[in-house]
Design a binder for this molecule. Structure first.
Ligand code: ATP
Ligand code: LTN
Length: 332
């Protein structure tokens, strides 16, 4: 690999990506390939921290892999692989878990949220989820991690784990930096704009899926919850409109001031339609490319097999050094 900074990121195969996943994270992954060495991963090990149907998980994992490619991740430019294919992640996770405090993990808001939502299955994996995420990143000594705002706390923990390991065993890990977009870091639910848009929301109108067709996208935006005023402007308290403006801004590249003047004197109906059309038109080529790619299973398999080989070769070097630092005896 050339001497560029290294990017690592992952996404869970828990369903079709939402517009939140896309705007907050995945949309940036393609363009970053030109400036950085990039490693991207479908994190199926993370997905099983909540109950998954095995048949669906396999399908979702293949779809997530193809979707990343349809969104612009090029396996020729990046290393694109499936997490469970690369054993070093789980190996490093164990070592890092011995360098992570119970108290730190107890403070993670995602753990608190998910253990409430899945109260019948508060398993140890759900608790140690952020350690595995730290292992994903540190196994490559990544410099930058492009994620949405909701992952900031996990990244902070990964940094703390890296620093603690470095203090205990001598400088080794790169302390990774978050790469969070200024606009669109937290795309909100269309039905409750105080909550983040999430694949696991029960109300299908709350989120746009990136494979939704044009009519569906427009219908969901039409039903988006806003406020009782009629002015399209970005202001505190106008959560619904602020969310739609952020979405429109990231998709069209227009700033808030020009969006405000574009819709001055017009009602929310016109604005919602414009947002819906812009998003649907933006997503259409992704849908077409996904349909094409998902028919070519042999090609996808070739890509993920090669991706896993490259990822293993790279991370093995790092993890072997960690084994030595920790004091494990060389096998050969
Ligand atoms: P789940 O609902 O299954 O927990 P999720 O929708 O939160 O999943 P992940 O796979 O955990 O999705 O996240 C993938 C990426 O998308 C992460 O970088 C995350 O920060 C980002 N992301 C998720 N939801 C949003 C959102 N509403 N706005 C912006 N970014 C988001
Ligand atoms: N926890 C992340 C997904 C994830 C990830 C990673 C992101 C797992 N491993 C490594 C960046 C780097 C989430 O989006 N929920």
């Amino acid at each position: 690999m050339e001497d560029k900074k290294l990017i690592f990121s992952g996404i869970q195969p828990t369903g079709t990506f939402t517009l939140g996943n896309y705007i907050g994270a995945v949309r940036n992954w393609g363009p970053l390939q030109d400036e950085y060495n990039c490693i991207y991963c479908v994190v199926d090990l993370h997905a099983i921290t909540v109950k998954q149907d095995p048949v669906k998980l396999r399908q979702n994992t293949m779809n997530a892999y193809a979707l990343l490619m349809a969104c612009g991740v090029d396996p020729q430019k990046s290393i694109l692989f499936i997490q469970s294919h690369v054993k070093t992640h789980a190996e490093l996770s164990w070592i890092l878990s011995c360098n992570t405090q119970f108290g730190e993990l107890s403070r993670m808001t995602q753990f608190k949220d998910k253990s409430q939502r899945h109260a019948d299955d508060v398993n140890a994996g759900l608790f140690t989820y952020p350690v595995l995420m730290a292992a994903d990143i540190l196994a490559y000594n990544a410099d930058l991690v492009p994620v949405g705002g909701d992952q900031k706390q996990h990244l902070e923990l990964a940094r703390n784990i890296a620093q603690r390991f470095n203090q205990r065993y001598g400088d080794f890990f790169t302390v990774p930096e978050p790469y969070i977009p200024k606009v669109g870091a937290r795309v909100m639910s269309l039905q409750d704009p105080t909550k983040k848009m999430s694949k696991s929301d029960d109300n299908p109108n709350s989120c746009i899926l990136i494979l939704d067709d044009k009519d569906t996208v427009i219908r969901k935006f039409k039903r988006a919850v806003t406020d009782s005023e009629a002015e399209v402007c970005y202001r505190e308290g106008k959560d619904g409109i602020n969310n739609l403006m952020s979405i429109y801004s990231t998709i069209t590249g227009k700033d808030f001031a020009s969006i405000e003047s574009e819709f001055a004197g017009k009602g929310y109906g016109d604005f919602k339609l414009a947002v819906g059309e812009a998003v649907a038109d933006h997503l259409e080529p992704i849908r077409t490319e996904f349909d094409r790619l998902s028919k070519d299973k042999a090609f996808l398999k070739q890509c993920y097999t090669e991706g896993a080989e490259k990822a293993l070769r790279y991370s093995q070097r790092v993890v072997s050094k960690v084994y030595r630092k920790v004091g494990f005896v060389d096998r050969t």
